[in-house]
Design a protein around this ligand. Structure first.
Ligand SMILES: Cc1cc2nc3c(=O)[nH]c(=O)nc-3n(C[C@H](O)[C@H](O)[C@H](O)COP(=O)(O)OP(=O)(O)OC[C@H]3O[C@@H](n4cnc5c(N)ncnc54)[C@H](O)[C@@H]3O)c2cc1C
Length: 394
């Protein structure tokens, strides 16, 4: 019979989750963590406050690190496991949700549809420079009047000889203003189709949406398509239904299940260190029962959420994961991360509202993460439908 170990658990890896990772996974995780600590963390508060990120430099270094489209095979992509991709998302989001979004959009929302539904020629043309960060993509699905119900989109495309002509607009599109190509989903007579639209096409513009109080270290844009003409070989041939965009969302949502735990970990660790250092009534605030309760709730949420993400990653690597299970991860990990961030904010007192600490920034960012890639309510309904067999969407 094996004995119980009486070694004290590590407050920052309480359940020993590290031991569940392979050496290769740990190496990748450590590489991304080091990159974030060196290149992102020292600057992120300033980028966030100014609402400007050095996107070209970031794209180049993410490309060099092999993080763009990293879980895709071939075409210059790193071809890592899904767990490795998830761990990269987690470490990036420990830096900032906007930085993780940058990588998610490029890999899961712009490269993935080309990789999955594109022609051989489209893959050869676009994926290698996208993997290097030389070509940036965005994903245009949401519209001003079609958010949770993207199937109600109005953007449409019609055939005109050997071309397609696209009209409409998209809203809330990450990286839109800085992208070289936009994957635009539009209604056609043949169903919903995906178009690779070069952003220098005539009739295309992508004004940036300003005044955001969340995800400020990320470019968010409107896409306007006014009689934009693309040749037939710019349509993704492999899909003509909502299955196209929805399968991309599954990829990105999977990354978010990991990523949210990165933001939560950062908040928990910041609050733990702060509570031990900060004294009131001649004692560390960590010595008060009320604070300990908060720290324990945060630690448990981070550990459980990380285990959940890892479990989903292993299922995805085994080819066994379902979209509903990905919804489980997005639903539970994001709401818990938001709760962790709010709790950490309270432990930091007045300091908690500043950008000197990462907590408020994470908290504000997580409001976006709670809403995009399927709102918390939409994932609730996906799970509700999965367990009851009844559709409560309409
Ligand atoms: C910073 C940012 C970046 C984004 N990036 C992208 C991107 O790159 N590409 C892209 O295509 N989109 C992007 N989005 C859009 C995002 O996916 C949508 O905001 C999201 O799908 C919700 O749509 P909505 O904002 O129109 O809200 P709505 O759909 O109007 O929802 C409003 C509220 O009503 C609730 N609701 C809606 N329907 C139901 C229902 N049937 N039952 C119960 N409650 C319901 C929602 O849950 C929510 O609480 C981004 C959004 C943000 C904020």
């Amino acid at each position: 019979m094996s004995e119980i170990s009486f070694e004290k658990p590590d407050p920052k890896d309480f359940l020993g989750i590290d031991a569940l990772l392979s050496d290769e996974e740990k190496l990748l995780r450590d590489t991304v963590r080091e990159y974030v600590e060196k290149e992102i963390t020292p600057h992120i508060a300033e980028w966030w406050e100014e609402g400007v990120i050095p996107h070209a430099d970031l794209a180049k270094s993410f490309g060099e690190l092999g993080m763009l489209g990293m879980h895709l095979e071939g075409y210059g992509c790193a071809g890592t496991s899904n767990v490795a991709y998830g761990l990269a998302c987690l470490e990036l989001e420990a830096g900032d949700s906007g930085i993780r979004s940058f990588v998610s959009v490029q890999g899961s929302l712009a490269m993935f549809p080309i990789w999955k539904f594109g022609s051989e020629e489209q893959k050869q043309t676009w994926l290698p420079p996208m993997a290097k960060g030389e070509v940036l993509g965005c994903f245009g699905l949401t519209e001003a009047d079609a958010g949770s119900d993207p199937a109600s989109m109005r953007t449409h495309a019609r055939r005109d000889g050997s071309d397609w002509v696209i009209n409409g607009s998209k809203m809330w599109i990450t990286n839109g203003t800085i992208a070289d190509i936009a994957i635009v989903w539009a209604r056609t007579d043949e169903g919903v189709r995906g178009f690779i639209v070069p952003t220098d096409s005539k009739g295309f513009s992508a004004p940036e949406i300003k005044g955001k109080a969340s995800l400020r270290a990320s470019v968010t844009s409107e896409l306007i398509l006014d009689e934009v003409r693309v040749p037939d070989d710019f349509v993704l041939p492999g899909v003509a239904s909502m299955r196209g965009p929805l399968s991309c969302l599954n990829e990105a949502r999977f990354g978010i299940a990991f990523g949210a735990m990165g933001a939560a970990r950062s908040c928990y660790e910041t609050a733990l260190d702060y509570a031990i250092e900060r004294h009131q009534f001649d004692r560390p605030i960590a010595s008060f029962q009320l604070t300990q309760r908060k720290l324990v709730e945060m630690m448990v949420a981070v550990q459980k959420g990380t285990l959940l993400a890892l479990h989903l990653g292993r299922r995805k690597d085994a080819g066994e994961i379902t979209p509903e299970q990905i919804s489980f991860g997005k639903f539970d990990n994001v709401r818990n991360a938001l709760e962790v961030a709010r709790t950490a904010r309270s432990i930091l007192g007045a300091n908690g509202i500043t950008l000197e600490y990462p907590v408020f920034r994470h908290m504000a960012n997580l409001e976006t993460v709670f809403t995009y890639e399927g709102t918390n309510e939409i994932h609730t309904l996906i799970l509700g439908q999965a367990i009851t067999g009844l559709d409560a969407f309409t």
